[in-house]
Design a protein around this ligand. Structure first.
Ligand code: PEP
Ligand code: MG
Length: 365
C-alpha cells in the first residue's frame, strides 16, 4: 500500500514487503556494493572486448526500441546484435506503416553512427501477441508465430522488409529471420527479400549495398542441421531463450517448471557446440543473443565452446566485458572441455560459476 516499504531484489527474484531493520541495513550495503562495482566497470566502455591472449570478441547489445541505443553504446556495446522489432508492433493497435517503420529504423541507424544494426524481422506470437481476436492457439509456442506468421501474412512481411531495405541506405544493417525451423522457410524468406529489393531497384529507391542475411538458431532442428543452413546464410545468432525451451520441453515463461530450464543442460551445450562448429567450418559469424550471453557464469563457457560474438542486454555488457578481458582462450577451452563431460546442468553451472568466480569474485558476491 502507499507508504509501505518494499525491497525488490531483482537478482534473486524476490520482493520483501515491510523489511525489518536488519534487512534494510543488509540491502543498503548491497546496493552500495553494487553501485561501487558498476562505477568501477565504467572505464571499460571504450576498451575492446579482448581476451588476455589477444582474441577479439564482438560484444553487441540487444534492444527493443531505438531509444535504448545511447545507453547500449555508453555501456560499451560495439553495435546492436538484436533489435527486436516486434515491440514497435506491440505498442499500438494497428501495425505501423512502412513510413513509420522506416523512421524507427533510421532513428536506430543514425543513433549508432556507423556501428552495425542487426534488425530481426517480426517475431510475433506466443508470448508476444498483437491484438488479434482470431489468434487463439492451444500451443502458441509451437504454433503460427514469428517467421511462420510472416510467411502467411506476406503484405505485413514485405512491408517490413521494404522498410528495412529503405532505411539501410543510411548505414550498416544486417537482417535476421527468427524461428526458422526448416530450410524451405529460409529460402522463401530470402526469395521475398530479393523480390522486394528488385521492386525497389525498379522504382529507383535507394537501399544499402551489402546487407548480410542471417538466422536465429533457436529451434533444435536447425541446430542439428546447422551445416546445411550455414551454406545459405551470412551469419548465425543462437537464440538460447527459445532453443532451451524447445530442447528440454520447458515453457520459458512457466515458473512451475523453471527449475528444469537451463542453458547449462548438456543437450543444449551439445547443440551450441554443433552450431559453432558448423558455422566456423563454413566461415560465417556465429553469435549468441539469448539471455545466457549476459549471465556472468556462462561467459567463459561460451568462449570455450568457440563463440566469438555475444549480444546481451545493455546493463550486462560491462561485466561480460570485464570477464572477457580477464581470461585467456585456453582457460575457457579447458573449462568447456570439462563442462561437456558432466551429466547434469547443475554440475555444469556450479563448475562454470566457480571458474568465473576465480577471475571476478565480485560477479557473485
Ligand atoms: C532467444 O530466443 O534467445 C531470443 C534472443 O529471442 P527472444 O527472446 O526475443 O525470443
Ligand atoms: Mg526467440
Amino acid at each position: 500500500r502507499t507508504g509501505e516499504l518494499v525491497i525488490v531484489d531483482g537478482k534473486q527474484g524476490q520482493v520483501i514487503i515491510d523489511p525489518d531493520a536488519a534487512q534494510q541495513f543488509r540491502y543498503r550495503q548491497e546496493r552500495q556494493r553494487q553501485e561501487a562495482f558498476t562505477t568501477s566497470l565504467r572505464e571499460l566502455a571504450s576498451e575492446p572486448a579482448v581476451t588476455t591472449d589477444g582474441t577479439d570478441i564482438a560484444l553487441y547489445a540487444n534492444i527493443e526500441f531505438p531509444n535504448e541505443i545511447p545507453t547500449a553504446l555508453e555501456k560499451g556495446a560495439q553495435g546492436i546484435g538484436l533489435y527486436r522489432t516486434e515491440f514497435l508492433f506491440l505498442a499500438t493497435d494497428e501495425p505501423p506503416t512502412e513510413e513509420q517503420q522506416v523512421e524507427a529504423y533510421r532513428k536506430a541507424i543514425n543513433a549508432l553512427g556507423g556501428k552495425v544494426l542487426t534488425i530481426r524481422t517480426l517475431d510475433l506470437g506466443a508470448d508476444k501477441m498483437m491484438h488479434a481476436p482470431d489468434w487463439e492457439e492451444q500451443n502458441p509456442f509451437l504454433g503460427c508465430r514469428s517467421i511462420r506468421y510472416c510467411l502467411q501474412h506476406l503484405d505485413l512481411f514485405k512491408t517490413q522488409v521494404r522498410a528495412i531495405l529503405r532505411a539501410s541506405a543510411d548505414g550498416p544493417v544486417r537482417i535476421m529471420f527468427p524461428l526458422i525451423s526448416n530450410i524451405l522457410e529460409l529460402r522463401q524468406a530470402k526469395m521475398i527479400f530479393n523480390d522486394v529489393r528488385e521492386d525497389l531497384t525498379d522504382a529507383g529507391i535507394a537501399y544499402g549495398n551489402d546487407i548480410p542475411m542471417g538466422i536465429m538458431v533457436e529451434v533444435p532442428s536447425v541446430a542439428i542441421q546447422a551445416s546445411i543452413f550455414a551454406k545459405e546464410v551470412d551469419f548465425f545468432s543462437i537464440g538460447t531463450n527459445d532453443l532451451i525451451q524447445y530442447t528440454v520441453a520447458v515453457d520459458r515463461g512457466n515458473e512451475r517448471v523453471a527449475n528444469l530450464y537451463s542453458g547449462a543442460h548438456p543437450a543444449v551445450l551439445a547443440l551450441i557446440k554443433n552450431v559453432v562448429q558448423a558455422g566456423t567450418k563454413a566461415k560465417i559469424e556465429v553469435g549468441l543473443c539469448g539471455e545466457m550471453a549476459g549471465e556472468p557464469e556462462f561467459v567463459m563457457l561460451l568462449l570455450g565452446l568457440g563463440l566469438r560474438s555475444l549480444s546481451a542486454t545493455p546493463p550486462a555488457i560491462p561485466e561480460v566485458k570485464k570477464i572477457i578481458r580477464s581470461v585467456s582462450l585456453q582457460q575457457c577451452q579447458r573449462l568447456a572441455r570439462k563442462a561437456l563431460s558432466f551429466d547434469t546442468d547443475r554440475e555444469v553451472t556450479n563448475f562454470a560459476r566457480e571458474e568465473v568466480r576465480k577471475v571476478l569474485p565480485e560477479a557473485f558476491d
